[in-house]
Design a protein around this ligand. Structure first.
Ligand SMILES: N[C@@H](CCC(=O)N[C@@H](CS)C(=O)NCC(=O)O)C(=O)O
Length: 281
C-alpha cells in the first residue's frame, strides 16, 4: 500500500518546472485519479539513469512503497491491478485498445506538426543543462537544424485544428472520453494538449474551439493539476484569410449523430429524402 497515500513519480520537466513529457502528464493524472498524492522528484532530460539509480533511461517511472514501475501504460495497469478498490483507470480492455488507436492518431495529427512549430521553445524552455542534449538529439531525430525545422510554422499551425473534428464529435455526445467521468482515455489525450501548452509560444486552437470545454475541465481536475504557471495559453489562434475553417459548425449530423427512437424521430429526414414537406411536430 502506498506509504502515506503518496506515490513517487520521476518528472521530466522544463526550467519552469512544468512537465513536458506527455507520458509523464498522463501518469500524474493516473496517480491523482487513484486518489494518491504525487511525490514528485524533479528533473529534466539529463541524468535520468543517475537520478533513478540506473533503473531507467526513460520517464515516467514511479516508486510505490519501494517498488519501481516503469512505462506510462504499465504504470496505469499496475495501479488498477494493485488498487482495484479505487477508481478504475482502464475499466475494460476495449478502453486500452481504442485509446491507443486514438492516441496514435492524435500524435500524428497534432503532436507531429506542433513539434515542428515549437521545437525551438522545447529546447529553449528546457533546463540549461539539457540544452545541448535536446538540440543534438532532436536535430538527429528530425535530420535537420532546429532553425530549419520551424520554418513556415505560421502556415502549418492553422492546418491542425480542422483535423481534430473526430474528438469534437465524441465530446458533443459525451462529457468525457470516459463517459460521465474521466478515465485513462481522457488523460492520454489531455496529455497531448498539456505537452503543447508546455512549449507553445503562440496559441494552437481558436478561442471558440469546442474542444475548449473538455480541455479546460481536464486541466482543472485534481486541484488544477494542469494549471502549472509554466504552461502557455493554447487558445487564441488568429486565423488569416484563406486559412481553413477550424471546426465544423453545428457538429455532426445524420444517422451517426441522431438516435432512432421510432418513425417520429426520423419523419423530418424521411420527408427531406422524399422531397416532401416536413410534417408539423
Ligand atoms: N513507452 C514509454 C515512453 C517513455 C518516453 O519515451 N519518455 C521520454 C519523454 S516523452 C523520455 O524519457 N525521454 C528521455 C530522452 O529524450 O532522453 C512510456 O510510455 O512511459
Amino acid at each position: 500500500m502506498a506509504k502515506d497515500n503518496k506515490i513517487t513519480i520521476y518528472d521530466l520537466a522544463l526550467a519552469s518546472g512544468a512537465t513536458i513529457s506527455p507520458f509523464v502528464w498522463a501518469t500524474k493524472y493516473a496517480i491523482a485519479h487513484k486518489g494518491f498524492e504525487l511525490d514528485i522528484v524533479p528533473g529534466g532530460f539529463s541524468g535520468i539513469p543517475e537520478r533513478t539509480g540506473g533503473v531507467t533511461e526513460r520517464l515516467p517511472a514511479i516508486v510505490d512503497d519501494g517498488k519501481w514501475v516503469l512505462d506510462s501504460w504499465l504504470i496505469a495497469e499496475y495501479l488498477d491491478e494493485t488498487y482495484p478498490d479505487r477508481p478504475t483507470l482502464i475499466p475494460h480492455p476495449s478502453v486500452k485498445a481504442l485509446t491507443q488507436g486514438m492516441e496514435a492518431w492524435l500524435w500524428s495529427a497534432a503532436i507531429s506538426p506542433w513539434m515542428t512549430c515549437f521545437i525551438k521553445q522545447y529546447r529553449d524552455r528546457s533546463l540549461p543543462v539539457d540544452h545541448d542534449y535536446v538540440t543534438t538529439s532532436r536535430e538527429r531525430m528530425f535530420g535537420r537544424k532546429i532553425e530549419d525545422i520551424i520554418v513556415g510554422r505560421e502556415d502549418r499551425l492553422p492546418l491542425v485544428p480542422p483535423t481534430l473534428q473526430l474528438m469534437r464529435n465524441v465530446l458533443a455526445e459525451n462529457k468525457w472520453f470516459g463517459g460521465d467521468t474521466p478515465n485513462y482515455a481522457d488523460y492520454r489525450l489531455l496529455a497531448v494538449f498539456l505537452f503543447t501548452a508546455s512549449v507553445a509560444d503562440t496559441p494552437v486552437l481558436t478561442e471558440d474551439d469546442p474542444l475548449r470545454d473538455w480541455i479546460d475541465r481536464g486541466f482543472d481536475l485534481y486541484g488544477g493539476l494542469g494549471r502549472h504557471p509554466g504552461l502557455s495559453p493554447i487558445f487564441g489562434l488568429q486565423l488569416r484569410e484563406g486559412d481553413p475553417e477550424p471546426f465544423v459548425k453545428g457538429g455532426a449530423k445524420g444517422g451517426l449523430a441522431s438516435r432512432n427512437t421510432g418513425p417520429q424521430s426520423t419523419a423530418a429526414e424521411t420527408a427531406r429524402l422524399k422531397g416532401e414537406t416536413a410534417p408539423a411536430n
